[in-house]
Design a protein around this ligand. Structure first.
Ligand code: TNX
Length: 510
């Protein structure tokens, strides 16, 4: 239960209203998503006014970026310059203070936000926690009218339920340029998502430059579903994306899908095929027809080069090897392949993630299986000691249509309305899956039917917001009716951000 200490609320507080359509009666009623752990309500509000500044109480260079992001946002939103200063004193009036307390017992990503009439203080034990707290301030502000930010007084203490809260974007079926990915990253960060899994290769396109195998992109990157132009990220562009994400405390999880879903590679290099003949490029949407040749040594040289080059550009701990729908790879060959690839991934310092089919191979405790379709596979992975990322297709697949009238998307797993995406429980998916088995949850967006950032936004929002709450907030506080009401306030907020979201009839959008 969310602990809510509602103090006596004087009538005056009704004036502490950010949002004219929905007067807020204090901190406990700010429609935050994800819902924080604990809110203690105070009296009055902090006004971000003429002389407000952001004060950073730390010399850590990376925090400057977080402070600057906050001040830029506040300046743009209020139309007044909100400067950043570095200071020692925390008790100055009219300041929003950011501070790291290293000796604190706070969770890595946890934070505490204390707001009084005079000032605001945000405290965390890590830069990451501080960044998550800044998102809470941003969200509270965005729920106000532009120009007038009033942060209701009180204290928020917060930390995430799951350490892995991800979104996946398929950039292979249709290619999305770096700018679109960055825009998506911005939106993810607002809802405290901390992982972006990029599905960088599939039958229809290879999307990342590999210097030792240049034809992967020269040939394999030139088209996409429907026969359009395709594209790929140069290593420089990928590195820039990794950096952009890191500045928002989002870890990039690169995926090279194998041994199936590899037609783009098989079309680029004849030697990767068992018959030594390159395939044709493919622009349709079928799955399960391609495979790397698992008993050729060159295949493992290829995998080693690809994993090595991408790992060197990726500071995060994970490498996703795909492993799904390898329908034309015999199971013993599949297992032999995954077992060897696991060693390659580990030799480059990464932890292997794969779709739930990898449970057939020799997994160990460090491996992570991504549950999308089969609870049997998930159970087998757990038995071998692996942990799970949960992406059950019928609740989490952002490429499923909302209902039969949705133009974009597919419907093979389900129609997923906004309530379906929200009202499922990780611990009730299957008897075999316990809390300790779950690393976190992820929302995959496959791109067979989508081509633009607008399309991405339409399918992701607002369902992704619900997933973000399931990943962050304590399970006991998740309640569809309550969430539905808070989400209603986010309509204006998303409008203000220019997000092309789906206005579900289940929500009374404000
Ligand atoms: C299944 S989910 C796939 C993808 C498709 C998706 C479409 C998974 C691991 N494989 O290849 O794009 O369905 O919804």
């Amino acid at each position: 239960m969310m602990k809510l200490y509602l103090s006596y609320i004087p009538l005056l507080l009704l004036l502490v209203s950010c949002n004219k359509q929905q007067p807020q009666t204090g901190l406990a009623n700010v429609p935050l998503i994800p819902l924080p752990d604990e809110i203690v309500q105070g009296e009055g509000a902090f006004h971000v006014g003429e002389r407000t500044s952001v004060v950073l109480h730390s010399a850590k260079p990376e925090l400057k970026n977080t402070a600057r992001q906050l001040s830029t946002f506040l300046s743009e939103f209020t139309g007044r310059e909100v400067s950043v200063t570095e200071g020692k004193k925390i008790f100055q009036r009219n300041t929003i203070n950011l501070k790291i307390l290293t000796d604190d017992s706070m969770d890595e990503e946890g934070y505490q936000l204390m707001i009084s009439r005079k000032k605001a203080e945000l405290i965390a034990s890590s830069p990451e926690g501080l960044y998550r707290g800044v998102q809470t301030i941003r969200q509270m502000s965005l729920l106000c009218d532009p120009g007038e930010i009033l942060l209701p007084a009180g204290r928020i203490t917060d930390h995430p339920e799951y350490e892995y809260r991800g979104a996946m974007l398929d950039v292979s079926r249709h290619f999305f340029p770096p700018e679109a990915v960055k825009d998506y990253i911005d939106l993810l960060s607002l809802y405290k998502i901390n992982m972006l899994h990029l599905h960088l290769s599939d039958d229809q396109g290879w999307r990342i430059e590999i210097k030792s195998w240049p034809k992967l992109t020269e040939t394999g990157g030139i088209t996409e579903v429907g026969g359009g132009e395709g594209g790929f990220y140069t290593q420089e562009e990928y590195t820039d994306l990794v950096k952009y994400a890191a500045e928002r405390y989002i870890t990039i999880v690169p995926e090279i899908d194998m041994p199936g879903h590899t037609n783009a590679a098989l079309a680029s290099y004849a030697e990767l095929n068992c018959d030594g003949k390159a395939t044709e490029l493919y622009t349709g949407t079928k799955v399960g027809f391609s495979t790397l040749c698992t008993d050729k040594e060159v295949t493992y040289q290829f995998v080693d080069d690809v994993v090595r080059e991408i790992s060197a550009l990726t500071p995060g701990p994970y490498f996703h090897v795909g492993g799904d729908e390898s329908h034309v790879t015999e199971l013993p060959d599949y297992n032999y392949f995954i077992n060897r690839v696991k060693k390659i991934v580990e030799s480059h310092g990464k932890t292997m993630i794969g779709w739930d089919e990898i449970s057939h191979a020799d997994l160990t405790g460090s491996d992570i299986a991504q549950y999308w379709a089969s609870s049997e596979n998930a159970a087998r992975a757990i038995e071998k000691g692996a942990r799970l990322i949960l992406s059950p297709a019928k609740y989490c697949y952002l490429d499923m249509k909302y209902d039969s009238s949705t133009v974009l998307g597919l419907n093979w797993a389900a129609y997923i309305e906004v309530d379906d995406a929200y009202a499922w429980k990780p611990l009730e998916l299957s008897e075999e899956i316990g809390r300790k088995d779950i690393l976190g949850i992820e929302s995959p967006l496959w791109a067979e039917t989508i081509e633009t950032l607008d399309d991405i936004e339409y399918l992701a929002f607002p369902r992704l917001i619900g997933h973000a709450e399931i990943g962050w907030s304590r399970p006991e506080v998740l309640d569809w009716e309550d969430y539905r009401n808070r989400l209603a306030s986010h309509g204006q907020y998303l409008d203000r951000l220019g997000v092309n979201f789906y206005r579900s009839e289940l929500v009374d959008w404000e």
